[in-house]
Design a protein around this ligand. Sequence first.
Ligand SMILES: Cc1cc2nc3c(=O)[nH]c(=O)nc-3n(C[C@H](O)[C@H](O)[C@H](O)COP(=O)(O)OP(=O)(O)OC[C@H]3O[C@@H](n4cnc5c(N)ncnc54)[C@H](O)[C@@H]3O)c2cc1C
Length: 338
Amino acid sequence: MAQEHCVIIGNGPAANAAATALRENTPDLDVTIIGEESFPHYRPHLLPDYVAGKLRREDLYVTPTSYYESCNIKVRLGQKVVAVDFDRRELVLSHKEIVSFDALIITCGARQRIPEKLQVFQDLFLTLKTPYDAGKWVARLQSTDSVLIVGGDLTSLVFAKALASMEKKVLFLLEEESFWPIPLSSDVADQVRHRLSEKGIKVVDGSCIRRLAQRSHDSIEVETDRDPCRVGAVGAFFGLVPNVKFLVRSGLDIERGILVDEYLRTHFDLVYAAGDCAQIYHPGLRDYWVSIGYQNAIEQGKIAANNLLGGVCAVEISPASIFLAEGMMVNTSWWMEF
Ligand SMILES: Cc1cc2nc3c(=O)[nH]c(=O)nc-3n(C[C@H](O)[C@H](O)[C@H](O)COP(=O)(O)OP(=O)(O)OC[C@H]3O[C@@H](n4cnc5c(N)ncnc54)[C@H](O)[C@@H]3O)c2cc1C
């Protein structure tokens, strides 16, 4: 691989771990990170504390620009890959530029999921995935005291707690589908209800949204199958889905995420996928699994890079951190941290 060009799509933890591992092992390789967002590499798990005013914006960021300069890693931010031609070894950016590569590591992560039945209300929902989303929350919370959280995923618990710590009135809609990837058994529901109410968060059980209407800048009318209410903001937290739409016609095998073997290889030579966007085969289980979580992404970024350079390292999963969700195995230790 010396003197050749490896492109990494994405600028999250998987991408940065991959870039560092490539540079550590191959001083001559050209390494380019291409990230859609214009922010430097940040820690998404700190966004709730940032919204709550406990951190400054700069505390979110992981890697200073000087690091990339010192290791000669090229970083192109605010540039979205819209297509990849694996036969020609080229990718296309949204402004039509074509970038050639010899090897590719895809770490394009995941995006917030809004269930189809609620997409009609999409413009009224706030989500929390990027510093841009966090900025919208910060602005909205300046003029509102009440927030409704719908859906429920790992982030929503932490975020609801952060809102309560700001003395905001938080309502939490708990329904069967809440808390993907954990199936909502009555045990889990009791635990969640108990923990949230300890923080002063009111949990509304078994209810779903029927209608939302913006009444003024800071007032949204919410009609559920229980009592109607008015809140200043509605946060939608329905889990994350791999960000792979731009790859659908590329010839890459995609199911939920990008299908890779346990070495994170796709079926194209020298093309790997890692982190939240990958769906990984487990030969022992004879099935695919997906992973979510910051540490998993870092681990996989390193493994993809080392295997690209000739290593033979398989991704390992611990049975303790595997959940079955909607027929799919999900690997995360993140839930346990709540
Ligand atoms: C609010 C929040 C709280 C979280 N809390 C925790 C926690 O407490 N513990 C934990 O373990 N995990 C947590 N997570 C999950 C964790 O952050 C993710 O699992 C992890 O960031 C995944 O890393 P990744 O590198 O695979 O993808 P991401 O971090 O999602 O990065 C994907 C990158 O790809 C870029 N990209 C996407 N599409 C394109 C494209 N077409 N062209 C160019 N670039 C593209 C994006 O801009 C981004 O830079 C949290 C996530 C969120 C949002």
